[in-house]
Ligand binder design. Structure first.
Ligand code: SAM
Length: 311
């Protein structure tokens, strides 16, 4: 099949960006939608709603990649993102079994957990927090899909860099005394250290016993702070796959700003009020999820998953 001229770049650079909305949020929805086309038993994660968040250009590209998987952009990154969705889903499901009362999704983008994870509705209050530009697009789409906004979800529009997300969260009904899980998926590397510290400090001081955080992060050494591009060379990815992927994100106005020093996750979190830090590497999730037909799929070593409990 002939590759249409420059299609990948057109999607990634212009991406029919809805005014003020996050292109990286749509990129992740694209990955979930593409993975969800695979048969049950083969797919790493499943999100039946992700496709509804894609623009025409992404839809076209998804169909092309589904017909010819060799045209999946950044395959290692794609596979790692699918594993991230699965790992975070599994974490939320365990939290539900263990009696979590609230789920706060920071930088929610087009995350659809509130609508697709059984066990949340009626039991767990969900707060989705995002930049107003992305959240308004999301809310319209949710009304489109379900006819109305669901009762168990509260939408909090903030810019984390403004520094008052905690106050807004409380004003939207967040209960400080309740056991809560805070998800920061695909978020913290886009924020400056001061903002990350502000978020972690709020969580550590304002959540109930047994509350937890889950997030993904990159090593500080892998980011070039001058241009927000990551220079890690991943052995599983094509030589420059990561660099090109992060360059695209930086061009779209979402450069990498923050990383954690290699080997310092536990102390970074301990200093900020968290214990039981768990670090998950690409080898760990490859071993956990990529079996049989998926065994040869490459994963990307750029980012790590982590979770911890509020002390
Ligand atoms: C890569 S997307 C991830 C979206 C979603 N968590 C997922 O995994 O599908 C990053 C999200 O963080 C949000 N975000 C980034 N910086 C932000 C800020 N300063 N304030 C509020 N939201 C922000 C973006 O709007 C976007 O929705």
């Amino acid at each position: 099949m002939e590759k249409p001229e420059n299609t990948e770049n057109k999607i990634l650079e212009t991406g029919e960006k809805k005014k003020g909305s996050s292109v990286t949020a749509e990129n992740v929805a694209f990955v979930r939608a593409l993975e969800s086309l695979k048969p049950e038993g083969e797919r790493i994660c499943y999100d039946p709603y992700a496709v509804r968040f894609l623009s025409q250009q992404y839809l076209m590209f998804m169909k092309m990649a589904a017909r010819d998987p060799s045209r999946t952009p950044f395959p290692g990154v794609h596979n790692s993102l699918s594993a991230r969705v699965r790992y975070f889903d599994d974490f939320v499901n365990r939290a539900i079994d263990n009696g979590v009362c609230q789920l706060v999704i920071l930088g929610a983008g087009y995350d659809t957990r509130a609508y697709r994870i059984e066990g949340l509705r009626g039991k767990v209050r969900v707060f989705e927090i995002d930049h107003p530009g992305t959240q308004s697009v999301k809310m319209e789409k949710i009304k489109d899909i379900f006819g109305s906004l669901p009762d168990h979800v509260e939408y909090v529009s903030v810019d984390f860099e403004a520094g008052n997300f905690g106050q807004q969260l409380i004003e939207h009904g967040y209960e400080k005394s309740q056991k809560t899980v805070f998800i920061m998926e695909g978020l913290i590397y886009y924020l400056p250290l001061k903002t990350v510290d502000g978020i972690l400090s709020f969580i550590a001081k304002n959540s109930g016993i047994g509350s937890a955080i889950i997030f993904d992060y990159v090593h500080e050494s892998s980011i070039d702070r001058t241009d927000g591009i990551c220079g890690v060379q991943c052995t599983a990815c094509d030589q420059n796959e990561i660099k090109n992927a992060t360059k695209d994100m930086a061009k779209q106005g979402e450069p990498y700003k923050f990383g954690i020093k290699e080997g310092m996750l536990e102390s970074f979190l301990a200093q900020r009020g968290f214990s039981h830090a768990c670090n998950v590497t690409s080898e760990d999730y490859k071993k956990a999820y990529f079996h049989g037909i998926n065994e040869s799929r490459p994963v990307c070593c750029l980012s790590y998953f982590a979770h911890a409990v509020v002390k």
